[in-house]
Write a protein that binds this ligand. Structure first.
Ligand code: ADP
Ligand code: MG
Length: 639
């Protein structure tokens, strides 16, 4: 520590271990865009102003007679300090310790999750995510935070050189809010230049909806009369960007506001700026992110859209503002109709809010439909990120399921790109009346499933359903465009009705001859006897071309993949018995049928056949020892 900032007493505490690690990375970051520290500190100041303005709606005394919200920057070249002061909520002693000494907060924990251990990569991440308050240590070797929480009498000073410890002490402080003073490192003195500060603010913080002011000395008067005088100028736009006309906002400005409002640093994939007038009035500036927000799969599935009422921030935890499956949206909605003094509780089941939700949903779905049509490649990237979330909307009531299906995309046996259901339906073969799918974890493994053979041979497209969520909506949705969804791993898909495509590699035409019906009949009877209760049934099938056997579920039963999932999660004790289907054209089946004719016992062979089908399903064998024993017996004979 240098002599400009001696310890001022108070209690000394250690940072949480993870914070220490983070501070090491930050302090040593040789990062060209260190200027983002200012963006982070101003963003925190703005959040604090928003918070107090909201709290004051229900308790006006918190304002202490001063309803001005502003963020003020000042610098001192001699002392090498840069100061950021706000008239926001301020922090109590506990809040200073908790908020600035631990990592349990959004921005920073997201950063920590991404750390790779590679110094260069991690430094780049700082620019992408920001590390919130700690980014101050990229440019400062010592930081002091003086704060008084609105409504409290005593203020506190938190200070630290960012090397493992911080101190906290009581102070007298008149102004509510927070003043952060950075003692700049010698290689960061550029941030004491007025021009530089102005430039950073206009780049990153122009549309913060509070005035950002800069204190500087200006010379006034002329000749002998000239003297330096303190001047305070607003250096940002400071008006709410969503209240402006679209034509008055540039793409850069939209982007800058997105970074502020989303706490994310990708570029928006789509920006929707609109005003609804009529029965209810509201304006919205809503963004679809390019990258997945880090908390997308949190179990609470909370909406993060910020709700404002007449330009006053109300909450960013309003669950009724968006359907769950649109929770990846970021941005602002500002209502003219909701009362300003609305409490967060009163927002539940509010009729105005549900109208707004319907309006936003319509807007966003319209945009997605449009982009899906006009901008396929980019839409497919969007889908890869957010499709899983959108599909959650397919099993929740109150959503337009058919519209969601329309914008849904799937992998299929047809080609490597994503396909839409309309594409699928348009390609359906003559005689085909269902949309066929196969569900499982992994597309490549699925593509080798024996159940697909017959479909491939006839050129019938099959969709791969590889997201766990698929198992939930498929049973409840039933159909698209009047066509039923059918799993190929279920009995009852009658392929004989479907005409083969002329160009399909149709093996059904030059089909190897099947075993005769009589022989098949007694063969199937013998297999059933051998397997007993372990299978629900044994049937001859035309869905196989090269494999001898496969397992399918009962037509009305649960899909096999769903059963597997439920078993994995211990929701289901025992998977139900499968139907074993056999390929009457396969030489193994034919020779087994012949063996039965000749009076041979096929018990062992039947058991092996079943185990083989299980292995193809990726299932574990219930009796591996028995399998190995029978297998070696047959190998002995064969050799
Ligand atoms: P984040 O903003 O993502 O929560 P930060 O590291 O930027 O993470 O800030 C940590 C926390 O410290 C904030 O959530 C806030 O509670 C508190 N904080 C930071 N700066 C201020 C401020 N100027 N006024 C009040 N609280 C603040
Ligand atoms: Mg922050």
């Amino acid at each position: 520590m240098t002599d400009t900032h001696q310890k001022t007493g108070g209690e000394t505490m250690r940072f949480e271990a993870e914070v220490g690690r983070l501070l090491d990375i930050v302090a040593n970051a040789l990062y060209s865009e260190r200027e983002i520290f200012l963006r982070e500190l101003i963003s925190n100041a703005a959040d604090a102003c928003d918070r107090l303005r909201y709290d004051a709606l229900s308790d006006e005394t918190l304002l202490e007679g001063n309803s001005d919200f502003a963020i003020q920057l000042s610098f001192n070249k001699e002392a090498k300090t840069l100061t950021i002061a706000d008239s926001g909520s301020g922090m109590s002693r506990d809040e200073l310790i908790g908020n600035l000494g631990t990592i349990a907060r959004s921005g920073t924990s997201r950063f920590m999750e991404k750390l790779s251990g590679d110094a260069k990569k991690d430094t780049n991440l700082i620019g992408q995510f920001g590390v919130g308050f700690y980014s101050a240590y990229m440019v400062a070797d010592w930081v002091s935070v003086e704060s008084r929480r609105a409504g409290e009498k005593i203020g506190h000073r938190w200070e630290s050189d960012g090397k493992g410890e911080f101190t906290i002490a009581e102070i007298e402080r008149f102004a509510r809010g927070t003043t952060i003073t950075l003692h700049l490192k010698d290689d960061a003195l550029e941030f004491l230049e007025e021009m530089r500060i102005k430039h950073i603010v206009s780049t990153y913080s122009n549309h913060i909806p509070f005035p950002i002011k800069l204190e500087s000395m200006k010379s006034v008067g002329e000749g002998d009369e000239a003297k330096d005088e303190l001047s305070i100028d607003q250096i940002n736009d400071g008006s709410a960007i969503w209240t402006k006309n679209k034509s008055d906002v540039t793409e850069e400005q939209y982007k800058e506001f997105y970074h502020h409002v989303s706490h994310a640093y990708d570029d928006p994939w789509s920006t929707l700026h609109f005003r609804a007038e009529g029965m209810i009035e509201y304006s919205g500036l809503i963004y679809i992110p390019t990258m997945r927000p880090f908390d997308l799969f949190n179990p609470e599935r909370m909406s993060k859209l910020k709700l404002y009422v007449k330009r006053v921030f109300i909450t960013d935890e309003c669950d009724d503002l968006l359907p769950k499956h649109l929770r990846f949206l970021r941005g602002v909605v500002d209502s003219e109709d909701l009362p300003l003094n609305i409490s967060r509780e009163m927002l539940q089941n509010n009729p105005i809010l549900s109208k707004i939700r319907a309006g936003i949903t319509k807007k966003v779905m319209g945009e997605l439909e449009k982009r899906a049509e006009s901008d396929t490649e980019s839409y497919n990237e969007f889908w890869a990120n957010f499709g899983m979330v959108l599909k959650e909307g397919l099993y929740e009531v109150g959503n337009d399921h058919q519209q969601l299906l329309k914008i849904s995309r799937f992998h299929s046996t047809e080609n490597d790109t994503l396909v839409s259901l309309s594409d699928y339906v348009a390609r359906m073969k003559e005689g085909q009346d269902a949309i066929y799918y196969i569900a499982g974890e992994d597309k490549d493994a699925l593509s080798r499933s024996p159940q697909l053979e017959g479909f491939k041979a006839k050129g019938v497209e099959v969709l791969y359903m590889t997201d766990p969520v698929d198992e939930f909506w498929l049973p409840s949705i039933g159909e698209f465009d009047g066509k039923q969804f059918k799993s190929v791993t279920r009995a009852g898909s009658d392929l004989s009705e479907i005409k083969a495509a002329p160009n399909a590699e149709d093996k059904t035409e030059d089909k190897k001859e099947a075993a005769d019906e009589d022989a098949m009949g007694s063969f199937i009877k013998a297999v059933k006897e051998a397997l007993g209760d372990t299978v629900a049934d044994v049937k001859s099938t035309d869905r196989l071309t090269s494999s001898a056997v496969c397992l399918v579920a009962d037509e009305n039963g649960m899909d096999m993949n769903l059963e597997r999932l439920l078993k994995q999660h211990k929701q289901l004790e025992q998977a139900s018995a499968r139907i074993m289907e056999v390929n009457p054209t396969h030489s193994l089946i034919k020779s087994m049928a012949n063996a039965v004719k000749g009076g041979a016992d096929i018990t062992d062979a039947s058991l092996l056949l079943l185990d083989q089908a299980r292995i193809l399903e990726g299932e574990t064998l219930p009796d591996p020892t028995g399998f190995a024993y029978r297998m070696s017996k047959f190998m002995e004979k064969g050799l």
